[in-house]
Design a protein around this ligand. Structure first.
Ligand SMILES: N[C@@H](CCC(=O)N[C@@H](CS)C(=O)NCC(=O)O)C(=O)O
Length: 128
């Protein structure tokens, strides 16, 4: 939800909109053939990429996390997985938005991925 809010904040403050009706309503920072036009802004595209990457990873985490809970893990182990994933994803977002030089973003992304993969492995080990 915060990513949507950050995107909207950048759009309004830079007057960068991707829909004609938004340009008509709120104005535009660019002019094409004498009239305001839709546009893209590098900061906004960065937030959108970070958001997309969140969706890509959080969807799998929630799905696998629910199945993982059905395997009856210890509370401590489950909590550790959830905390590592959440921490890594918050870190990934910060690293992406600032941006912090690589491989920080890669390592944070990989940490979240490993947490989800570890839960998936537990599920598969339980059912096989
Ligand atoms: N869909 C991702 C898959 C790989 C991935 O998640 N890479 C991480 C660590 S480098 C990332 O932050 N990718 C940038 C992005 O998805 O915008 C991509 O196209 O990069």
């Amino acid at each position: 939800m915060l990513m949507s809010a950050i995107t909207a904040f950048y759009r309004v403050t830079t007057k960068t909109f991707i829909n004609e009706e938004d340009v008509s309503a709120f104005g535009s920072s660019t002019q094409a053939k004498g009239k305001p036009s839709t546009a893209h802004h590098p900061n906004i595209e960065r937030v959108r990429r970070a958001h997309l990457n969140d969706i890509e990873n959080v969807f799998a985490f929630v799905l696998i996390g629910i199945l993982y809970l059905l395997t009856n893990p210890s509370v401590d182990t489950a909590t550790l997985h959830f905390k590592v994933f959440a921490g890594a994803r918050f870190g990934h977002t910060i690293a992406y938005l600032i941006p912090i030089p690589q491989p920080s973003r890669f390592l944070l992304c990989a940490t979240g991925w490993v947490a989800t993969a570890s839960m998936a492995f537990t599920i598969l080990s339980t059912v096989m």
